[in-house]
Design a protein. Sequence first.
Length: 747
Amino acid sequence: MVSFQIEPFLFQKYISVVKNVVRIIICVLLVCIPIVGNNLVYADNDYPVAPSPPFKMVTSHNIHSDYLSKFAPVPYKSGFVFGNANGQLQYMVGGNIWMEVLIDGTDINSSPIIVDSYAIIGTKVGTIAKVNIESGSIVWKNRVRNAIIGKPVYSDGMIYFGSADESFYCLNFDDGSVIFEYRTKTPIWSTPCIIAERVIFGGDDDKIYCLNKYSGNVLWEASCDGLLEAEPILDGFYLYVGSLNGFVYKINAITGEIVWNTAVPGVIHSRGVLADNFFVVADDSGTVSFIGKKDGRIVVQNSSFAPISAPLSTNGEAVYFVDRNKDFVGIDLTGEVIWKRRLINSVRGELLILDQKIYMLTSDGYLQTWEECGYVTILPENKNLGDFYTSDGYQSFDLEIVTGRDDGRVRPGAVLGRPFEAGKRCKAVLFRNTDVYYQGNRRVYKYTMTIDFSDPAFCYGENDFRVFVNTTEPIFRGEGEYEESGIDQMVFETFTFNILDWTDECVTCSPCYDIQVVPQDIPYFKRTEVGSFEIQIVSTDGVDRVIWLEHEGFGGISPEKTSIPQENGLATYRIEFDCMKLSGGSYFSIPIKVWCDTCPSPNEKMMEIWYSTRMLEFTTDPRIRIEMKPNSVDVLVNGEPIRLDVPSRIVEGRTLVPIRFVAETFGCDVFWEQETKKVTIEKDEKTLLYWAYKNYAEFNGERVEIDTYPIIERGRTLVPFRSIAESLGASVRWISSSRDIIIDWEF
């Protein structure tokens, strides 16, 4: 028998090795567990059930304030939790607000994280609060020195978040006490992520930081050569993040080593998504890039969109977003557009894909639910009917309206009534229903369309007509494009033909008015000015009538239905709107409907009144950007030079500017009380109070401490610009290398 004896010191050494191996295994297991909660990143092939386009909006519920966050609403039980521009945290169920609590009355640009029945939310002036969702009571509030924009995250009884006050915080979840504060000396706009014992976030000093989540000690830093607003996305041991310098980085989350960096065409404001073997990211140039996770190579790019600043959303089969032109877009993993629909209201936040539905919060404050729907195809596909002579007389064609969708996921929609031709023809086009049947999962409505080419309405230049169909489904236009029903719930298709023996005499059943819009085309209005359209309804037969006009309302434009009597054959209506109050984005369209019930009817069997619809389209600036330097009178507002009446001043590291500049740039009402030396600044429903030489202010009635007070110089009152700008919803950056102050107010 052979016996072995281990020396005591060797035994202890072996035990130590075993312990280290166990620690490594545990760390690996922790890293490989999919991250859940407010960092919604799905493990491979673990996506939600995928809704498939086309979609239709089925509900729209008012949250009673604008929505400023770039994040999606957070699901809780059978409803959603979110903050609004009035500083309220809300819980909405089925369109009803079940819980509403005022945090501090200032903008909420962040998004809540929910732990059990509690929500943690941050505000634009630096309040962070824990709220009991069931009771609506505030459990605790803490105040840091500046704005909280990124989402807080939760781990092991602790709350983590960054602030524009140049610090990263860890708070106790139970009582809100500070466990540690790490000073970065740079504003933090991004949302952190957590992996094992590490908490990782980006800052405005071009760096990614990794701290020990318990102690706040720095484990590593990685320089990315660009400001970081986007939250890092974790995938195993690695994280992916985009920066404002237009680069995407893959970083080893354990060591901080940069594995690769890849340039994209524009600035990256928000996180991308992991889909298949890609990291997909969108940028300010309107480009969506599919980047190989392994090597950083761009496999596919689609550059056909307007700027994209909100986080992307995915269901594993497609990527969805809303760009600044208000286009609601879906693209598959080859980069092809599978869904595109222009919205009336802008959406600055990410879309939530949940239970085969898509949820979005519009910037003017509506929670919308979108569901899968069918679509309409009008056959024949070739809409050119051919060549004809007026002597050919009546000609008949088969017309098929196909509803539903091939995959059968929804019931086919109905065609309400017969299709009809409306406009310039009197009785030249008639329809007769011949059959209704199913073709696979789709329902086909078959008609005989009879056209009388001898009708004098067909004359030189009048070689088309439009077929109107009353259905709730959009019409498919090809390549992912769908056209929604208009203000009258109609979709239409245009048919053309060619008459070989044109006559110069035209006898048409035109409406008794003509609509002229001034300015025409798509005008541009500055964000800081009043936009306006003049709609002129001109009588075509010299008879004065009463004209009715209706337009829908949205963000800053009130809906209206009004009657306008014509005088000397003219009725004029003017729409005016403050561009500062528009709900967001840069492209807008106002649907209007004009009708008259005393015109001759074009077809008594099908229509009782003449009506017309138009879209008033215009563009404006998606943001106000202010660029200035300390102690200078020269300022740029959206690139245009402005000269201050007194120079800005730096006091205790903060920039003070004249009140007049604040009023003119932000569209505020400003009042000065000489006796108390009080400054009152009002904008929409926000009221800010400052006092010269006093280190406190009031934001909507709540007193807050400020590190720099207003001063009086050369008879002018100078106020702390950063405090005011951020309280009104703008973001402020200090670029130390060039000594530039940049203020961005997104709309």
